[in-house]
Design a protein around this ligand. Structure first.
Ligand code: NAD
Length: 273
């Protein structure tokens, strides 16, 4: 018996083998959940191949800027899962490169709207789609992927930081609305992971290195680390935990700005009892 045996989960945002959403879907599958995925249409065939290991997972094309796509996705999920859903993961973000680089001051109205529509509003729209299915299941858990650029200025992240701040705030308001239905909503704030989306962010190489040299865990964060944490927030044992932003970052967030490398960085794990 896995921790999620009998649970039905919808994981959005798988694009390729490096996606955080894939690490989450794998962790859910390993713990016995039935998993469905959403992705954008252009990646559907590739994602279907990746999903073959998730025993056979439904793969639905869904562009979150389109209300019809979202409605259809939840209709298909309802059909596949007998009208019920226990877990929803939002792992979607997009901003134009020119709105992330350079001075934040120059972000355009169009760039702002696009980034916040795809990366933050979509959580609200998806939560609305999930609600009746989760109510039918007797409650549920919704999670959204975020980054600490939401409240710490991270040059190169710019408009995405604003979008993540909106996302985290939406998590709290959704948690308030959906709590009476037994539905919990939390934000999972991951440390840097070298995914396709992350590698276009200026300064990410430095952030990846610092996680290994400065964080108390002295190792990189992986999609499976995030997946394992998502399992914790999916199980019923976490039923009193809602409206939170939790950090899966090896402890980076607690460090002061300008902290030196950890004195035990670079030592083999065997020398770190
Ligand atoms: P990724 O590129 O693998 O995933 C981003 C996903 O967003 C892709 O699947 C893409 O298709 C999807 N997407 C973009 N526009 C969409 C649209 N209009 N409709 C539907 N889907 C759309 O990269 P990732 O790093 O796995 O990102 C997943 C989530 O994790 C994002 O919210 C990201 O901000 C967050 N995150 C990433 C990191 C990191 O360092 N990689 C750290 C913290 C948080």
């Amino acid at each position: 018996m896995g921790l999620l045996t009998g649970k039905r989960a919808l994981v959005s945002g798988v694009a390729n083998s490096k996606s955080i959403a894939l690490g989450i879907a794998q962790a859910f599958h390993e713990q016995g959940a039935r998993v469905a995925l959403t992705c954008i249409q252009s990646t559907q065939r590739r994602v279907a191949k990746l999903a073959a290991d998730l025993g056979p997972a439904l793969v639905i094309a869904c562009d979150v800027t389109k209300d019809d796509d979202i409605a259809r996705a939840f209709a298909e999920v309802g059909e596949a899962f007998d009208g019920k859903l226990d877990v929803l993961v939002h792992s979607i973000a997009y901003a134009r490169l020119e709105d992330m680089n350079g001075e934040f001051l120059n972000v355009t109205r169009e760039g702002w709207n696009l980034a916040l529509d795809v990366s933050a509003y979509s959580l609200v729209a998806m939560a609305r789609g999930a609600r009746p299915l989760m109510k039918a299941a007797g409650g549920g858990s919704i999670m959204a992927l975020t980054y600490m650029g939401s409240d710490r200025v991270t040059p190169g992240y710019n408009i995405m930081g604003v979008a993540k701040a909106a996302l985290e705030c939406a998590v709290r308001y959704l948690a308030y609305d959906l709590g009476p239905d037994g539905i919990r909503v939390n934000a999972l704030s991951s440390g840097p992971i070298p995914t396709v989306s992350a590698m276009v962010v200026e300064g990410v190489e430095e952030a990846l290195k610092t996680t290994v040299t400065h964080s108390p865990m002295l190792r990189p964060i992986t999609p499976r680390d995030v997946g394992n944490a998502a399992v914790l927030y999916a199980v019923d044992l976490s039923r009193a935990m809602t409206g939170a932003t939790v950090y899966i970052d090896g402890g980076m967030r607690m460090l002061a700005a300008g902290a030196r490398p950890h004195p035990r960085a670079g030592k083999p794990a065997a020398e770190r009892p």
